[in-house]
Design a protein. Structure first.
Lengths: 82, 131
């Protein structure tokens, strides 16, 4: 199973729905709410987003080595082989 | 506390502020070819988040994009942020958080969020395909 890590915002409904999708499919995932994180973590998230050529638009979902920016169930499922 | 949070000397409640923002936003997005999402539940949730962000940060920022604390960056995320991201949002027929959709859209769930990187790659591919 590919590792799933998400950067999210506590205010973002699409982030909540993305989490719901992974829970419903019993896919373990880790997440960090960017807006609730300390400054150091926020800076690290920002650099990670930029290193992938992306803006800080959420949800920012890392599935294995792939990145999906946005709520895109088809892409999540495809990358996880669901 | 910002002055617009005080109405006749009394603190404005969240519901009243949501209604105010709705009226203000409608005036801005209509000439841009956008309207509120037909999904009233998501509209209400997003407006609620924006009112909270306005209370905490001083502006009703997009609830789905990250603030950096840098004014130049963050002010482009004050709702409605369509004018600053016009090409990107026009390609998606919605704004990033989905509060607004193109006037032509009836079903917001037919639309997908497209990252800026994917949009740029798609544009470059089309350019290369041109004879």
């Amino acid at each position: 199973m590919k590792k799933v890590v998400m950067y999210t915002l506590s205010t973002c409904p699409w982030c909540m729905r993305a989490k719901k999708f992974f829970r419903e499919h019993d896919i373990p995932f880790e997440y960090i709410d960017y807006d609730k994180a300390d400054r150091e973590t926020q800076q690290a998230i920002r650099e990670d987003c930029l290193s992938h050529g992306e803006q800080m638009s959420f949800p920012f979902v890392k599935i294995g080595d792939d990145v999906v920016v946005g709520y895109n169930l088809n892409k999540y499922a495809q990358l996880l082989g669901l | 506390m910002r002055s617009y949070w005080v109405c006749d000397g009394e603190k404005m409640d969240t519901g009243k502020r949501k209604e105010q923002l709705k009226v203000m936003y409608q005036r801005v997005v209509d000439p841009l070819g956008y309207k509120f999402s037909p999904d009233e539940e998501i509209v209400d949730f997003l407006l609620e988040q924006e009112v909270q962000l306005e209370k905490e940060k001083g502006n009703p920022f997009c609830p789905c994009q990250g603030l950096t604390g840098e004014r130049d960056h963050d002010m482009k995320l004050v709702c409605p942020c369509i004018p600053f991201h016009r090409e990107h949002y026009d390609a998606m027929k919605r704004c990033w958080c989905g509060l607004f959709v193109h006037k032509s859209v009836d079903d917001p769930y037919e639309l997908q969020q497209i990252s800026l990187k994917d949009l740029e790659e798609s544009k470059n591919k089309k350019k290369k395909e041109r004879p």
